[in-house]
Design a protein around this ligand. Structure first.
Ligand code: NOJ
Ligand code: MG
Length: 536
């Protein structure tokens, strides 16, 4: 039996067993007092990563950038912005992480560049420029207006007029972030070389940004109105993005990216797939693979109750292809902090859920200390999304508030002025304080990660749903003769959990019942989740 279990675990790739920790370097640790985090800052906290037990880091962009969109507006794909340090700092980070057995994946932003990128500067120089075709240029409509009705996600027309050359260029996001023209093979080759540049430096893979919008309809057909649109929704959602998103070509380009990553042994390609669970299966690919891990935001988008969560989980498992490996994201730089949306008490259940479901978990630095949305006064708003589409609660600054390391000034994040407000709850929520409390959320993360690693049923076992009732979300993980029952009380009152067996309590979200023996039933306290090992 042992042999079969070991074999099942051994068959998994590292990224199937890994717990991923997302770091937005700007908000992690500032080393030089400019109020913005940097790579030397990340290097200061490798002990934290090791103590927590994470297996892999996803690092948000560190490339030269005018920083209009948190570094997603890139002016050079193969360098490090001095704000973050140097290429030597980056190489050191790779070496230090690898020395501790931690992998590193980078953000890869294929859809657009900054308008300050030399490619775009060259492209807009003239209609006959050698790089004209590297971006999406089009003639005006007969009335002189934009070529069609396409909308930027960040508000207004997706077309920007270029006076000097008398054409419009297309931008899915900011007008300072022109879209690359992926139909041009030179662009595809240049971007493949960007991947190789970093792969040769030792990175273990990438998270592909905005992966569904690489190609647009070559006929430039107008997007139809969104039937469900109402005036309470943000204006960029007015149209259904039939002709700009999810074009079949985009998915083929992802296959080409994957082929480049596969030139190197043992790397991973994860990718951002916004939107509906039903679409996610396409991003794994069929005969030609696309992503290993199309990122799944179902838990973040779900209503937080046992029935809704059970539905989201099932819908997701059903939507992915037979041999696809699942993943679960519970935080990120574009998403509201769960500790705010579901509340501090339920964020313990969120951690237990993401770390016990079948599939690779992803969480965002700060989730482990229960960071909440930090209010940002009007005059300190940095997110262009909120400035361009105001009033729809789209601001992403509140989840990007810097990490707190201790109870001191600015939570130890910076000796200067932090680029975003730190929030008023530093004393209660910082790494040092929570480390000193073995019942804290931080310790729960650590215990769950360790348990996952040491329990083959959790890393490699099968998932089996159990009918959730009485506000308790239930499922099993099983491998050989080991069966774990996970039961999460999703409400704020005690609930009775019944099951037909004797069990040992392995871990409670409150971290105070380990080892209890339970026969047939137990009371879950308000907001309590448990992992039980059923006797066989
Ligand atoms: C997705 C990124 O996660 C988001 O932060 C960014 O604004 C857009 N892509 C544009 O790159
Ligand atoms: Mg700095």
């Amino acid at each position: 039996m042992r042999g079969a279990v070991d074999e099942r675990v051994a068959r998994l790739a590292w990224w199937q067993k890994a717990v991923f920790y997302q770091i937005a370097p700007l908000s992690f640790q500032d080393s030089d007092g400019d109020g913005k985090g940097d790579i030397p800052g990340v290097l200061q906290h490798l002990d934290h990563l090791e103590w927590l037990g994470v297996d892999a880091v996803w690092l948000c962009p560190v490339f030269p950038s005018p920083m209009l969109d948190f570094g997603y507006d890139i002016a050079d794909f193969c360098a490090v912005d001095p704000l973050f340090g140097s290429l030597a700092d980056f190489d050191l980070l790779v070496a230090e992480l690898h020395g501790r057995g931690i992998k590193l994946i980078l953000d890869f932003v294929p859809n657009h560049t900054s308008d300050q990128h030399p490619w775009f500067i060259e492209s807009r120089r003239s209609r006959t420029s050698a790089k004209r075709d590297w971006y999406v240029w089009a003639d005006p409509a007969p009335d002189g207006g934009p070529p069609n009705n396409w909308l930027s996600r960040f508000g207004g027309s997706a077309w920007e007029w270029d006076q000097d050359t008398g054409q419009y260029y297309y931008h899915s996001f900011l007008k300072e972030m022109p879209d690359l023209n992926w139909r041009d093979p030179q662009v595809r080759r240049a971007m493949a070389d960007v991947l190789r540049f970093w792969l040769k430096r030792g990175v273990d893979g990438f998270r592909v940004d905005a992966s569904a919008v690489l190609a647009e309809d070559p006929l430039l057909r107008d997007d139809p109105p969104e039937p469900d649109f109402d005036e309470n929704k943000p204006p960029p959602q007015r149209l259904r993005r039939i002709f700009t998103d999810d074009r079949p070509e985009s998915l083929h380009y992802l296959e080409q990216l994957r082929a480049v990553v596969d030139e190197f042994p043992d790397r991973v390609l994860a990718g951002e797939v916004q939107g509906k669970t039903e679409r996610i299966g396409h991003f794994y690919g069929n005969s030609r693979p696309r992503f290993h891990l199309p990122l799944n935001f179902a838990l973040l988008d779900a209503e937080w109750n046992a029935v809704a969560l059970q539905g989201q989980i099932d819908a997701y498992y059903n939507a992915i292809p037979d041999k696809a490996w699942p993943d679960w994201v519970i935080g990120g730089h574009d998403k509201k902090r769960l500790a705010s949306t579901v509340g501090a008490a339920q964020s313990r259940n969120a951690a237990m859920l993401a770390l016990t479901l079948k599939g690779t978990p992803f969480f965002f630095a700060g989730d482990e200390i229960g960071m909440e949305q930090v209010p940002v006064p009007r005059d300190r708003i940095r997110d262009p999304f909120e400035r361009l589409v105001p009033g729809y609660d789209l601001n992403r600054d509140p989840e990007r508030s810097p990490m707190r390391w201790d109870a001191g000034r600015n939570g130890g994040f910076t000796a200067g002025e932090p680029w975003l407000p730190m929030g008023g709850d530093i004393a209660a929520r910082n790494v040092r304080t929570l480390k000193g409390d073995e019942k804290s959320l931080l310790w729960l993360y650590r215990r769950l990660i360790a348990l996952r690693r040491s329990t083959p049923a959790l890393t490699a076992g099968d998932y089996q749903p159990v009918r959730s009732r009485n506000d308790v979300l239930c499922f099993k993980r099983m491998l050989a003769n080991d069966t774990l029952l996970i039961a999460l009380n999703c409400c704020h009152q005690p609930r009775r959990l019944e099951f037909d067996a004797t069990a040992t309590l392995v871990l409670s979200t409150q971290l105070d019942r380990d080892g209890e023996t339970i026969r047939d039933a137990t009371i879950l306290r308000a907001d309590e989740g448990v992992i039980l090992r059923l006797d066989t």
